[in-house]
Design a protein around this ligand. Sequence first.
Ligand SMILES: Cc1cc2nc3c(=O)[nH]c(=O)nc-3n(C[C@H](O)[C@H](O)[C@H](O)COP(=O)(O)O)c2cc1C
Length: 171
Amino acid sequence: MSTSVLVTYTSSYGSTQEVAEVIATTLREQGVKVDLRPIREVQTLAGHKAVVLGAPLYMFHWHKDARRFLARFQCELTHGLPLAVFAGGPIEDTCEQWQDRRRDLDQELAKFPWLTTVSVQLIGGKFDPTKLRLPYSLLPALQNMPACDLRDWPAIRAWASVLIEEFQPVM
Ligand SMILES: Cc1cc2nc3c(=O)[nH]c(=O)nc-3n(C[C@H](O)[C@H](O)[C@H](O)COP(=O)(O)O)c2cc1C
């Protein structure tokens, strides 16, 4: 039976997918067998010894694919399968924004009172007003925001590199 770590993600504009790919690469460099796939392609958690789940925040909520994943796999996640979570979010680099977005993420996770996580990481978001799709492309407040990429790659790799320890004793 395969015993890989599942790194699963959802991504509307691609930035969370890129983060998931770097996390998967970092784990593989440590000799970990990794199964990297979009949340919607996950049929079962059988054969996985730990899970890394990543999704962006949109309009103060964690992406619905991630919330559905938690609801769907509650049984497995409450019976010994360790879970680490990351969320892409802040697109304004102020202390207030980081604190508020972290609060939003914590509130989203609190909707699953049974949930235990070995680690939760808020990651900077990537934003490009020229790439917005409907209906968001119609919102002046978003159109006028500057493009940014607040993903801190050394910090992302550092977070991924200690996941093996966080997942003990299953690793
Ligand atoms: C319409 C829209 C709404 C957003 N709402 C939030 C939000 O409520 N909280 C937050 O932290 N980031 C928010 N963001 C920033 C995204 O989370 C960020 O751009 C992220 O990197 C997108 O991930 P993706 O490229 O994987 O879809 C929003 C972005 C857009 C375009």
